[in-house]
Design a protein around this ligand. Sequence first.
Ligand SMILES: *[C@@H]1O[C@H](CO)[C@@H](O)[C@H](O)[C@H]1NC(C)=O
Ligand SMILES: *[C@@H]1O[C@H](CO)[C@@H](O)[C@H](O)[C@H]1NC(C)=O
Ligand SMILES: *[C@@H]1O[C@H](CO)[C@@H](O)[C@H](O)[C@H]1NC(C)=O
Ligand SMILES: *[C@@H]1O[C@H](CO)[C@@H](O)[C@H](O)[C@H]1NC(C)=O
Ligand SMILES: *[C@@H]1O[C@H](CO)[C@@H](O)[C@H](O)[C@H]1NC(C)=O
Length: 459
Amino acid sequence: MARTVFRLFTMSVAVLLLLGLGLQVAEGRRNRCFFNRTQESCVCYNLSEETAGSIIQCLPATTVEFWGGDLEKYAAFPIRDLDDSVIDTLGSLVIQKIIIGNVLVPEMLLARVLRFFSYTHVQELAFESCIFQGTGDWSDMDGQNLPILSLSFHNVTSAPLTGREQAFSSLSRWLETLEELAVTGSGVTSLPCAIGRLFRALRSLSLAHNSLGDGSLTPAFCQGAFPQLQQLSLHHNNLSSYHGVCEGLGLLLELQHLDLSHNELVAGPSSSCQWPPSLRHFNLSNTGLDEVPAPLPPRLEVLDMSHNHLHAVDISLSSMKKLFLNQNLLQAVPSIRNCPVLDTLHLDNNSIWELSRDEVKLLGRLQDVAVAGNPFSCSCSGAGGLQALAATGHLGQGWPGDYRCHSPAQYQGWQVARVPLSVLRCDLAAVVAPLCVALALLAVAGAVCLARSSVCRRA
Ligand SMILES: *[C@@H]1O[C@H](CO)[C@@H](O)[C@H](O)[C@H]1NC(C)=O
Ligand SMILES: *[C@@H]1O[C@H](CO)[C@@H](O)[C@H](O)[C@H]1NC(C)=O
Ligand SMILES: *[C@@H]1O[C@H](CO)[C@@H](O)[C@H](O)[C@H]1NC(C)=O
Ligand SMILES: *[C@@H]1O[C@H](CO)[C@@H](O)[C@H](O)[C@H]1NC(C)=O
Ligand SMILES: *[C@@H]1O[C@H](CO)[C@@H](O)[C@H](O)[C@H]1NC(C)=O
């Protein structure tokens, strides 16, 4: 019993050390941590010396969140080296992810406690709405490795990074093993070249919801920066030139996914700039483009150009598999003959009013087609084409509710699926023609008969 209590006690001390509190745990009077067994997660609010005891319930959690609090007063707290039993305890914790939110973090404190993570199995560390105060001395981290592979900052403020490249190079041993980094919603306008060079193994980088302009890309993605980067998210920034972005990212030779959505881009005339040939997945959704910019990455497989002002699209990329063109101004289905491996085409919310017989045939071969929200003409051929396409079973979930007739007046607002295509309405010609032939034959027969009978009578 005493042993268990002691163990729990040291565990909680250890977890607190992670947080930088490094304090004696007092008996918790009010329960401030909440453990959710089904999610294996634990959330603690306004942790302080007085309530820290309740953190004991978080020990079985794989995710622990700490919300609220001010660590300022602990900035200069003496932090001793850990003894062996605490190190053992840290090693036995199952916590894999720590989220720290709404906390004022003195960078000095962070710099001193970060190395204790080396005794844990924490792989993800996330800071949300935190203020990093002052600058820290990171030399304790020289040559130190950490198990953390994913690091994220959202809506944080800190002293500018520029000019502190040297200080952060103390973190290089760890940073060169980091795989995922996100710094989002934090007003980032630039990233010094030397910082990118530290992240030698980084595969995924998100700088979304910041204020990066075209000019900040070339220095950030300079020679040797982020050499292994495969995924880059730059959505919701201040980028404006398609070619400027292309030029700024030309050195990322491993890049596979690029998200530029929600930037106001101008395509400009085609340029000689070449995208990294490794680029497969390109998101240009919501970028204000009124034409497909050129050049596109040569081996693209997924292109999202939804929510733009495209009037016409002509893409011939033999590797293209998925094309998203919903929410544009297209009046016709784009030519897809030169995209032999295309399996997905989304054309919802455009201005397409009819699919020709050939288009229905072509679209019917795809796995996933969506054409909802277009102003369909429900003539016999219009409604017939769509109903035939629906019969292939490849129309997405919008069918039948989101496919409605715009014309003729008699069917306006109807579901296309409910427009009758009876033989009498649509194939009148088919009924009338044989009827005419029959009548004509009858007439001929009658005439023959008449002629014969007069011949007979005469004979
Ligand atoms: C645990 O989390 C699940 C999923 O979010 C939620 O439905 C459930 O109510 C939570 N349980 C407690 C005790 O809070
Ligand atoms: C961003 O963080 C600040 C504290 O630094 C907080 O006051 C603000 O509410 C946060 N904003 C959002 C949208 O979360
Ligand atoms: C966005 O870029 C333009 C120049 O392209 C600049 O004038 C403007 O200040 C920038 N906005 C922000 C929020 O950085
Ligand atoms: C592209 O980005 C938009 C908005 O940022 C997102 O909703 C969409 O799912 C992305 N497209 C693809 C194909 O990932
Ligand atoms: C089409 O527009 C409707 C109404 O504006 C919207 O609810 C729907 O999400 C849009 N669909 C697509 C795929 O953009």
